[in-house]
Design a protein around this ligand. Structure first.
Ligand SMILES: C[S@@+](CC[C@H](N)C(=O)[O-])C[C@H]1O[C@@H](n2cnc3c(N)ncnc32)[C@H](O)[C@@H]1O
Length: 149
């Protein structure tokens, strides 16, 4: 894979514009997302020194709009996991509904499966709205059997 950091200044500026949603969200919640190129770079380095396998489940307990999970998804697919198994082994939680929706959309478009029912179902089950400070992973993903607010 090409080095995700090897991009021009214009591309970096354009990517960084997507790191915040509004000044009030930054002020009130400290909401600033991980730059995609940074997420991919760090993630790939980390995977090289860890013993993780592509089929291992990866959980982002504060997934935001999914920049880190996008890097995970690409890594899994590049390491020969099927798209279906990649989606089955990626879990994300975020407090805010719009971030959850954006994260689902980002993962679907990254894999080019926006219109495939199976993948839409998988992101609905695996990328969920919840409070990962107050709840355990087990509680969060069992609670997901309930309809979203
Ligand atoms: C720094 S951003 C996450 C960055 C993200 N991992 C990425 O790849 O860009 C922090 C996120 O944590 C979420 N968050 C804050 N408190 C949370 C909580 N208690 N449970 C779940 N998500 C939370 C916010 O809504 C925000 O989207």
């Amino acid at each position: 894979m090409d080095d995700p950091c090897d991009v021009g200044e214009e591309e970096i500026m354009s990517r960084n514009k997507q790191l915040t949603k509004s000044a009030s969200r930054v002020r009130n919640q400290g909401e600033v997302f991980t730059p995609i190129n940074f997420a991919m770079h760090i993630f790939q380095r980390w995977m090289k020194v860890s013993c993780r396998q592509p089929e291992d489940v990866f959980v982002d307990l504060q997934c935001g709009t999914g920049n880190l999970l996008k890097a995970v998804l690409l890594w899994k697919i590049e390491n020969n996991l099927s798209k279906e198994d990649a989606f089955r082994t990626i879990l994300g939680v975020d407090l805010l509904h719009d971030n959850v929706e954006d994260c689902r959309r980002q993962l679907l478009s990254t894999a080019g499966v926006e219109d495939v029912e199976l993948f839409r179902l998988l992101v609905t089950q695996n990328i969920i709205q919840g409070d990962s400070v107050k709840n355990t992973v087990d509680e969060l993903f069992c609670a997901n059997m309930l309809p979203e607010k």
